[in-house]
Design a protein around this ligand. Sequence first.
Ligand code: CAA
Length: 380
Amino acid sequence: MNFTLTEEQEMIKQAAKDFAHAELLPGVIDRDEKQQFPSEQVKKMGELGFMGMMVDPEYGGSGLDTLSYVLTMEELSKIDASSSVVVSVNNSLVCYGLESFGSEEQKEKYLKKLASGEIIGAFCLSEPEAGSDATSQKTTAIDKGDHYVLNGTKNWITNGNSASVYLVIAQTHIKKGYKGINALIVEKGMPGFEIGPKENKLGIRGSDTHSLIFNDVKIPKENRIGEDGFGFKFAMKTLAGGRIGIAAQALGIAAGAYELAKNYSKERRAFGTEIANHQAIAFKLADMHTQIEAARYLVYKAAWDKDQGNNYDISGAMAKLYASQVAMETTVEAVQIFGGNGFVKEYHVERMMRDAKITQIYEGTSEIQKIVISRNILKN
Ligand code: CAA
């Protein structure tokens, strides 16, 4: 076992940290308040190679390993989870899905631009009545010979308006259930494709979340990913890796809030001494630190499994389940340590507490992660 990062991984982690402090921190409170998408910051992250980190350089990516991606997600999320979710969805759902399962033509046409950050993508699985129950797709893609006709609504789509390319999951052969589902590449601006209103959210308010409406959208057959009926497996295989990205985001939110709370407790004085000298606060910090380290090992192990070519369904699910729980608990305790200051926006921890919650919901709720984990342990 080797817990040491390589020189390259250390450099990437430092680059992400420097970027987060220089470019994400300024304006993060304002963007949260105004629900403003971090367009400039996303553009710069593309220039730094953060938008297609694991994609082969042949397709415009950085050709890095999953651990480097996780380290980047962690550092960005310490400062701004609204920006890091854009990175997560583009890398681990959209780029990964296209690179692993797309045709050569699809990679040439879409992946190159997505991996270089020239454009960003969205992953569209959830529907008003198909969130956790993902096989119950109501959006239809009816086969018309050389094209599909897409109809339906998708909900809570990250990068909903800012994306240019959308990977849309839809039912083609209704009688075949999940075996009749397809994944289609849809471009913004295709006739009949409408972006619904922006959601007014509790957290990650800088990211743009929309519903999407498809009304007789004509999608060429060559935009289908994989064989006919591969769409549900495509979604599941892609989400398995996406969960590692969100686990890293949760880890970063937790670690960021912990660092702020620790520093504050060494400055803030009460009863004649810094509050860190009171055991009530010191023990909170000890618990936070221990839980964050435990979450970190689960997240890094899941990334390692993916890089080794091991199955990472269970390690990714465990990492997301635990890291998101730690993110929630740590941020609540960070607000408590900050006391009255924790409740006001300028100290950042209240935003982190709001941002933490979504990590227990998107890319599979905590309850769904428990389904994945329990099914995996019980089948052996
Ligand atoms: N890899 C490959 N295949 C998989 C798989 C995986 N990880 N997981 C399931 N499958 C396959 C199964 O093997 C099965 O196929 P076979 O019959 O050929 O073996 C098929 O998929 C159906 O699987 P299940 O019978 O297990 O299906 P289920 O109805 O019981 O549901 C579930 C399984 C795990 C609960 C799934 O529905 C699920 O993951 N739900 C949550 C969906 C989710 O994560 N949504 C997040 C939205 S995306 C998002 O949030 C992005 C964002 O914007 C940030």
